[in-house]
Design a binder for this molecule. Structure first.
Ligand code: SAM
Length: 274
């Protein structure tokens, strides 16, 4: 499929502004993106040639975390906040392969995702789509796509993968997550992947990428510290090995290649509410 061109963009898409979902799509090698989206990644590539690896490791973490929940817990309900554009393996495909009747609700407010991703994501009776703002837990859980479909008195897997680093500090991300966790039943699982400032020799790279992302047409991408990311899992018991670079969270096999420094600038973790 050819990449969409600005001249042929549908009216609901503003091709003068980058979209987080389309920038991420470009970084993953997808086709649903425009020049303004590609520019964000190309600017970061000047200081971090392997910038795409941030997206690749983030997505691979999502896939492994989803498989973990489906195989190692009895949870059969998933609330995937900031689902993004459909890609090769989406949450419902991963978990419904293992648990055919697992219920999945995707939440994303990007116009491109709402307009054409929605139909692809909501492709069976056990998946739904909501366009709520994921910074507003009350709006998410009261959305018609969630109400009467997920039973919040039973454990849920809440995914916030590659989302919270797009929240500004003024969005009070730690408070947002505390509010989400309060609404979850005991036994629920929270999985988060987040851009990371390792506060060591790689810190300079993290902060330089942050500066480019924040001042790019996308306008967001905070690299938070370990303490800031730990606070996104309030009161949760962390599953081993805790918060680690995404590529190190239960990889599919031994690491034979030397990792690129950007791979140490995105972490993932899974916590359980007891
Ligand atoms: N979770 C997917 C993954 O890890 O592969 C996609 C991550 S993508 C980087 C982040 C997604 O979050 C985008 O599709 C964006 O539209 C969505 N998003 C960001 N802020 C949001 C908000 N306030 N409300 C709803 N969706 C949001």
């Amino acid at each position: 499929m050819a990449q969409p061109t600005e001249g042929r963009a549908p009216a609901y898409i503003d091709t003068t502004k980058a979209s987080i979902a389309r920038v991420y799509d470009y970084a993953l090698g997808g086709k649903d993106n425009y020049e303004v989206d590609r520019e964000t990644i190309e600017r970061v590539r000047k200081i971090a040639p392997e910038v795409n690896q941030l997206a690749v490791d983030n997505r691979a973490f999502l896939i492994r975390a989803a498989r973990f929940v489906a195989t190692q817990t009895s949870i059969t309900q998933y609330l995937d906040c900031g689902s993004g554009l459909p890609t090769a393996e989406n949450t419902h495909q991963i978990v419904q392969r293992l648990q055919p009747e697992a219920r999945v609700v995707y939440v994303d407010n990007d116009p491109t995702v709402i307009a054409h991703g929605r139909a692809l994501l909501e492709d069976n009776e056990f998946t739904r789509f909501s366009s709520a703002d994921i910074r507003d837990p009350a709006a998410v859980v009261s959305d018609p796509a969630v109400q009467g479909f997920l039973d919040l008195d039973q454990p849920v897997a809440l995914f916030h993968i590659g989302t919270i680093h797009h929240f500004d500090d003024s969005d009070r991300p730690q408070k947002v997550m505390a509010d989400f966790v309060d609404r979850l039943a005991p036994g629920s699982v929270v999985a988060i992947a987040h851009f990371f400032d390792p506060e060591n020799a790689d810190s300079d790279l993290a902060r330089r990428m942050e500066q480019v992302f924040v001042h790019s047409p996308m306008g967001s991408g905070r690299f938070r510290t370990r303490a800031e990311i730990e606070d996104l899992f309030p009161g949760l018991e962390m599953v081993d090995p805790g918060i680690v670079p995404c590529f190190e969270w239960w990889p599919d096999g031994p690491q034979l290649r030397t990792e690129d420094p950007v791979q140490r600038c995105i972490v993932g973790g899974v916590g359980i509410k007891r």
